[in-house]
Ligand binder design. Structure first.
Ligand code: SAM
Length: 302
């Protein structure tokens, strides 16, 4: 198994009973400490993030996911001081980076721990919320980031609702940047990292390939949580169905995510640049579209 890079699903799950109430339909409803009674999020997803490891996922050294996402955002975002809404911004890694570059950033997230961590980071405003029902006013942002919520909205109707909400709060011409997990991510991780030798993985992987519906019923720590894994065509179609203009869909890490030693190479400035240049050179080849852990879709409000 290649050493160095963390799997893209690296957090572990824990069940924080104090977070949940129970709705009449049998679906757990987040009650939380931040007046989130109207926010309904899958209990397994909440338990996964309540573990608190999301903050460390992208801060434990230079990560290709974060570096490449930053490169792509620099390419597509309007110049500072534009207003950016970071939906599902977790503990604020991208929000902090953007605020440091002079953007006016507001972050929302449904996980109370993420809200606490983001508020402690400072430099941007923070509120609890759900991508499907934003509290923000119409046309109030120059750009909206959805770097994670679309993974966890497993029903297409919910993903379209989140994208439509992003369209509503973006100004005309505003950018909506959406990250999704590639349909082929678990297969590639399975073979490159040896997950296929672990109990339960091949069944999970086969279902990901067949339907994109990723589940981890055994709660194996390294197998992520309830999610939808997109093909390139899936996310392109959803952007258009939500009434956005589709500008681009690009692999984030590309196949270099699985290159042996890539994490160490990122620490060397010349090699980091070589990696980023190589990814840029191949990013528009349709044959590379799924060979990545994540894709970034760029839409615009008409
Ligand atoms: C994989 S994390 C990504 C965090 C951060 N944006 C990043 O790219 O590092 C996914 C985030 O989406 C959030 N999330 C899940 N469901 C959501 C929803 N319905 N609305 C808004 N955010 C949601 C989670 O709480 C979590 O912070």
């Amino acid at each position: 198994m290649p050493e160095g890079t963390p799997p893209f699903w690296s957090a572990r799950s824990l069940w924080p009973g104090w977070l949940f109430g129970f709705a009449p339909g049998g679906q757990e409803v987040l009650q939380g400490r931040a007046n989130l009674s109207a926010v309904e999020i899958d209990a397994e997803i909440l338990a996964h993030y309540a573990e608190g490891l999301e903050h460390g996922r992208l801060t434990g050294g230079p990560s290709l996911e974060m570096l490449r996402t930053q490169v792509l955002l620099e390419r597509f975002l309007p110049v500072p001081p534009a207003r950016v809404l970071d939906v599902g911004g977790a503990s604020g890694l991208y929000a902090s980076w953007l605020a440091g570059r002079g953007y006016q950033v507001h972050l929302i997230d449904p996980v109370p721990l993420h809200i606490e961590q983001a508020a402690a980071a400072g430099g941007f405003s923070v509120a609890p919320g759900d991508a499907r029902d934003l509290a923000e006013a119409d046309s109030s942002y120059d750009a909206v980031l959805l770097l994670g919520p679309l993974y966890h909205l497993t029903r297409r109707a919910d993903r379209l609702r989140a994208l439509a909400e992003a369209r509503r709060v973006a100004r005309p011409g505003g950018v909506i940047a959406s990250a999704v997990i590639s349909r082929y991510a678990s297969t590639l991780d399975g073979f490159f990292r040896g997950f296929i030798d672990k109990p339960g993985f091949t069944a999970l992987m086969a279902e990901d390939l067949r339907t994109g519906q990723h589940r981890n019923p055994g709660r194996a720590p390294e197998f992520f949580t309830t999610a939808y894994f997109h093909s390139r065509d899936d996310i392109a179609g959803e952007i258009i169905a939500a009434g956005l203009q589709l500008h681009d869909v690009l692999p984030i890490e590309g196949p270099l995510h699985w290159a042996p030693g890539v994490q160490d190479r990122l620490a060397n400035p010349a090699q980091r640049q070589l990696i980023l240049d190589s990814l840029a050179a191949m990013e528009h080849d349709p044959s590379m579209a799924g060979a990545t852990a994540h894709l970034l879709a760029i839409g615009r409000r008409p």
